[in-house]
Design a protein around this ligand. Structure first.
Ligand code: FMN
Ligand code: SF4
Length: 514
């Protein structure tokens, strides 16, 4: 059998030349079998090439096409020494410190192969769910304590139960893969690196909630994810895991992939439903909850991709097993995404409870620029900015809420001491103005007024009065907006003002904002 060399096809690896690396191996070592995988999530090492040896897989990275002849000459096909050799990826401190439950297979398996997924423990969760029956399968998810990974942290099993108990001619499962949060890429990594785990999770969700059709809503800015997931859907259908008789069980379930143009508000669940229905994505007033009247007016489970991709391991190992991890009411693991100005950017899955300081200083290695870390924005564009003084905060839904923050989809964006926090606050308002669906006044009008007030502060006009005005405006947006786009924009604005008041003393406007 020929030596197997693994080269990621994840978008992060492609962006730094993974295709050229794969082509170089094909040219210089025509006998090797090249397997295209997802990413292990150590982005500073991409393209991270691995070779199968009797001692396990040995990694080399970051590899460029020009490195390939030298690597081959150094005997890398047998795991030979080279300056780019990192040893077994699992032994690398960044991976060794993780608890990979949702991402256990990502970067390891061939994402195009149903058989490879099965060889790495895939479909066991589904088999167990089918053996347990819908109600018992649902109870495993309730027992696991899994909460929605899309932002709001609502208990997943409770949501499913509501749909299971609702009356409807047809029920749906919708996977929210819009992933609009800044600095986040976990959904994309699963679609590109382990797509069958999402399919398996959605089938289990459909089975437990009594749904017959699933939709995955992704965005056109994720072309590689869309292609990889589209392929996986066809492969799963051909293998009998989707369709009229899922895995020979008699249960019928299929999944359709829908690709939106990419509007932040279309990640909000009801705007997403409108978009899937072919309408302009606009937020719907609640009630009715989507669990009662969702897609096409029918009871609908809406979950983030990571929530659904975590279900197979819960069913495989049991709700009690998953519940063992974490702290307080935040059970299980969270795939945390380290981004921005950080030395070791990537995906770090760990049990809840790790502190922000550990994540940024220790695991992330501080800034990529080498300058001191000044601020960290957690939870996407609507998340709060944390100063170093709050780095002791554990990653936990309640602990972050107690500090007027949110963990959202697990994005952590690092800034060094050159950041202008007044400009970040102005940008938060501008982002809201640009992305607002326009349905309610506090968000549609308030965000534009917010940009103007921030610009006056930055120009030094009536600073004290304008700071009071921005706080008042934030209060109105927080309590008067229909959805969290307008309602949470005050988090970045007010956290910047509260923790970095020295940046709000007034100065001239930066050129980019004029
Ligand atoms: C403006 C806005 C954008 C959102 N974007 C996303 C998104 O990109 N992905 C996501 O899963 N949830 C997003 N959400 C949260 C969803 O509305 C919803 O809570 C989530 O998909 C439910 O799944 P979960 O319970 O598994 O988290 C967004 C919410 C708002 C208000
Ligand atoms: S808060 Fe903004 S995005 Fe949400 S419904 Fe109101 S206008 Fe639309």
């Amino acid at each position: 059998m020929s030596v197997r060399v693994f080269v990621p096809r994840d978008a992060a690896a492609l962006a730094v030349g993974a295709d050229a690396v794969a082509a170089a191996f094909a040219r210089h070592a025509p006998g090797v079998a090249i397997v295209r995988t997802g990413s292990r999530g150590m982005f500073w090492l991409e393209p991270l090439v691995e070779v199968e040896t009797p001692e396990g897989r040995i990694g080399y990275g970051p590899v460029s096409a020009a490195d390939v002849p030298g690597l081959l000459a150094a005997g890398m096909l047998a795991g030979g020494a080279h300056r780019l050799r990192i040893g077994r990826p699992e032994d690398h401190p960044f991976l060794a410190r993780q608890t990979r439950l949702t991402f256990a297979r990502c970067g390891l398996v061939d994402p195009a192969s149903v058989a490879d997924y099965a060889a790495h423990g895939g479909w066991i969760g589904l088999a167990r769910a089918l053996a347990l029956g819908p109600m018992a399968a649902l109870e495993e998810v309730v027992q696991s304590g899994l909460r929605g990974r899309g932002g709001a942290g609502f208990p997943t099993g409770v949501k499913w139960r509501t749909v299971a108990e609702a009356k409807g001619a047809r029920k749906y499962v919708v996977c929210n893969a819009d992933e609009g949060d800044s600095g986040t890429f976990a959904d994309r990594m699963i679609m590109e690196g382990d797509p069958f785990v999402l399919i398996e999770g959605m089938v289990i969700a459909g089975y437990a909630a009594g749904a017959s059709q699933g939709y995955v809503y992704a965005r056109s800015e994720y072309p590689h994810a869309v292609a990889a997931f589209g392929h996986a859907l066809r492969a799963a259908r051909a293998a009998g895991y989707l369709g009229a008789d899922v895995a020979g069980s008699g249960f019928a379930f299929d999944i359709e992939l829908r690709v939106g143009a990419g509007a932040y508000v279309c990640g909000e669940e009801t705007a997403m439903l409108d978009s899937i229905e072919g309408k302009r994505g606009q937020v719907r007033a609640k009630p009715p909850l989507p669990a009662h009247e969702g897609l096409f007016g029918q009871p609908t489970v809406i979950n983030n991709l990571i929530s659904l991709a975590t279900v197979p391991v819960i069913l495989e190992k049991g709700g009690a097993f998953y519940h063992e991890f974490g702290m307080g009411r935040s059970r299980g693991t969270m795939p945390i995404q380290l981004a921005g100005n950080v030395k070791h950017g990537g995906l770090f899955e760990t049990a809840f409870g790790v502190t922000l300081g550990e994540l940024v200083d220790d695991i992330g290695g501080g800034t990529a620029s080498g300058r001191p870390v000044r601020a960290v924005q957690v939870g996407g564009p609507l998340g709060a900015y944390f100063p170093r003084a709050l780095f002791g905060t554990p990653f936990d839904y309640e602990a972050f809420a107690a500090k007027d923050g949110l963990i959202g989809h697990g994005g952590v964006v690092v800034f060094d001491d050159t950041v202008d926090m007044a400009e970040q606050a102005r940008f938060a308002m501008e982002f809201c103005a640009l992305e607002s669906c326009g349905k309610c006044t506090p968000c549609r009008i308030g965000s534009t007024r917010g940009v103007e007030v921030m610009e006056r502060i930055m120009l030094g006009e009536n600073v004290a009065a304008n700071r009071a005005l921005i706080a008042d405006l934030c209060d109105t947006m927080k309590f008067g907006s229909l959805c969290a786009l307008g309602g949470f924009t005050p988090y970045p604005v007010m956290s910047a003002l509260t923790h970095f008041p020295e940046d709000f003393a007034g100065r001239s406007l930066p050129a980019a904002a004029e």
